[in-house]
Design a protein. Sequence first.
Length: 185
Amino acid sequence: MHGMRNPFLIGEKVYLRPLERDDAPTLLPWVNDPDVIATLMMYTPKNLQSELEFIERAYKSDTEIILGIVLKGSDKLIGTTGLHGIDWKNRHCEFGILIGDKTEWDKGYGAEATRLMVHYAFEILGMHRIWLRVYEYNQRAIRAYEKAGFVREGVLREDRYHNGRFFDTIVMGLLRSQWEAHRAP
Ligand SMILES: CC(C)(COP(=O)(O)OP(=O)(O)OC[C@H]1O[C@@H](n2cnc3c(N)ncnc32)[C@H](O)[C@@H]1OP(=O)(O)O)[C@@H](O)C(=O)NCCC(=O)NCCS
């Protein structure tokens, strides 16, 4: 096993670590890959500077926490995950995740990274609720979120324009109380 580089949250198969400027070239092909961004809010072309700014902005913000997703076995960076719009008064935030290396989809890494972030949000940050938006055609993500305990809360009808037509956006959420019950043996 490789030595972990600056680990922040450690799971079984993946760990999460802060992104560095020298990660920008790894992130770049992901955010221009049509298969990856088809299920994200992102749609404009990105260059190296966009990614450097994303990384720099992330670590200056009081309302956002961004981490890289790294495979423990190989120390390979495969994606990023974040808590966005952290509302310290009402104690909720929006979860986001992107595994940019498509060869690593469907191996359980997304659900594990989600669980690590959820644990951090509830136990360390004191959040009460975590919510997310997912497009109706992203069944892989919906399944990964369900595995981490999220439940469907509502639907934003025809909120998403993609490939020439409109799709629903699903809102999912996880309450701290529900998560405590979900993780109990
Ligand atoms: C969404 C994403 C984070 C999920 O991570 P992942 O590591 O691929 O997901 P996991 O392996 O943990 O879980 C995926 C589950 O969906 C299942 N799945 C895959 N394709 C599916 C489909 N078309 N329909 C239903 N389930 C599907 C998998 O079998 C797996 O379930 P299982 O473990 O019960 O077999 C990742 O694929 C990704 O980053 N995709 C591109 C960006 C994106 O969509 N981000 C989320 C935006 S809301």
